[in-house]
Design a protein around this ligand. Structure first.
Ligand code: FAD
Length: 330
């Protein structure tokens, strides 16, 4: 049997950040992940400066692709607005592996199947045991399934379905494009070029709303790739998209039960406006580590529910609309 004071299940941004912080605080921990890293994680890889800041990353030291955007091309219905921003995009294949290695925590490749409580300990698959357990296993996290499903039910109407593909592509448009409400998609679609010749394109929308419209994500994907072709953003590519689901942040925030903590997608934390999940995963990982280290209760209070201030975004959109109108880009 292997013992560690803390065991984190899942080595994505939530788990690796929690481990990194625990290690800094001198707390013994290990991470279990069912996949060997580097591993593919379906994700556009868009991150905000807040993530860079929370992770204390010096962008000059980051050894992989880090695209920086100072504007977004936002398409709403048939209007295109150019909005000034400062945002980044990484390739999750590289970023997650780098974060995990940087954490300095021991990692075991193991798919967690069963977890039980035995006195003051948690026993995982009769082999690993710990005093503190952290669930960072994403949407299908076994910690969520075993201990939180009843006290933290997920709302069906907050389930987002996605299809996306990241592939090497000699793109000619290095801008980031976002399309909202196109073809009645209850969500948005994206075109995110990465620095080292990779392109990420994808769509995400609320599952229940798609169903209510007698629509589905595959139809929407077909429409989207036709649009990419029509706009000459992607030409002559044989698409092979992958799908994944995750939850937008709910009202219910039960994320601690005895010495078990739930972080990242396992607790459904993606922001309500943009479905941004990396930032909330990182922040919740830091907060869980601080709670374990200090013995204070764990709360998601400081994890932002929205990526952008709604008032500032509305104002930016309005100003962008006026500028575009003046320049005749209506
Ligand atoms: C198509 C798509 C695009 C997205 N784009 C963005 C974006 O641009 N920006 C953004 O901020 N967010 C985006 N998100 C959301 C973001 O990807 C997630 O919110 C984020 O990855 C959550 O991190 P996490 O560490 O909680 O979970 P994950 O990154 O999912 O990591 C969970 C880890 O747990 C492991 N695991 C699962 N089950 C077990 C088990 N039984 N035993 C052991 N290990 C297990 C998995 O192998 C995985 O490595 C996107 C999501 C999707 C689906």
């Amino acid at each position: 049997m292997i013992y560690s004071k803390v065991i984190i299940i899942g080595g994505g941004p939530a788990g690796s950040t929690c481990g990194w912080k625990l290690k800094q605080n001198g707390i013994e921990c290990l991470i279990l992940d069912k996949q060997e890293f580097p591993r593919t994680k379906l994700c556009a890889g868009w991150i905000t400066p807040r993530v860079i800041n929370d992770l204390k990353i010096d962008i000059n030291d980051y050894p992989f692709s880090l695209a920086e955007f100072n504007k977004f091309h936002v398409h709403i219905y048939n209007k295109e607005l150019i909005i000034k921003v400062r945002q980044y995009a990484v390739r999750r294949y590289e970023f997650d592996h780098w974060l995990l290695q940087r954490s300095g925590v021991n990692i075991y490749t193991h798919e967690v199947k069963h977890i039980k409580k035995d006195g003051d300990y948690y026993v995982i698959d009769d082999f690993y045991y710990c005093k503190y357990l952290v669930g960072a296993g994403g949407t299908f996290c076994p910690v969520y399934r075993t201990f939180f499903r009843d006290i933290h039910p997920r709302a069906k109407d907050l389930l987002v379905v996605t299809l996306e593909e990241e592939f090497p592509y000699d793109y000619f448009d290095a801008n980031c494009h976002l399309w909202f409400l196109r073809n009645k998609l209850p969500g948005y679609s994206w075109y995110v070029p990465k620095n080292n010749g990779y392109l990420n394109v994808g769509i995400g929308g609320f599952a229940e709303k798609l169903k209510a419209n007698n629509d589905n994500i595959k139809n929407q994907w077909q429409f989207f790739i036709n649009e990419l072709e029509r706009l000459s953003l992607v030409k002559n590519h044989r698409f092979n998209a992958g799908g994944y689901v995750y939850y937008i942040r709910n009202r219910v925030d039960a994320v601690q039960k005895d010495s078990i903590y739930l972080i990242g997608d396992a607790s459904g934390l993606a922001t309500r406006d943009m479905g941004e999940g990396i930032g909330p995963a990182v922040k919740s990982g830091i907060l869980a580590a601080e709670a374990i280290s200090s013995g204070k209760p764990f709360s998601l209070g400081p994890v932002r529910k929205y990526s952008f201030s709604r008032y500032r975004t509305a104002a930016k959109l309005f100003v962008a609309y006026l500028i575009n109108k003046r320049a005749g880009i209506e």
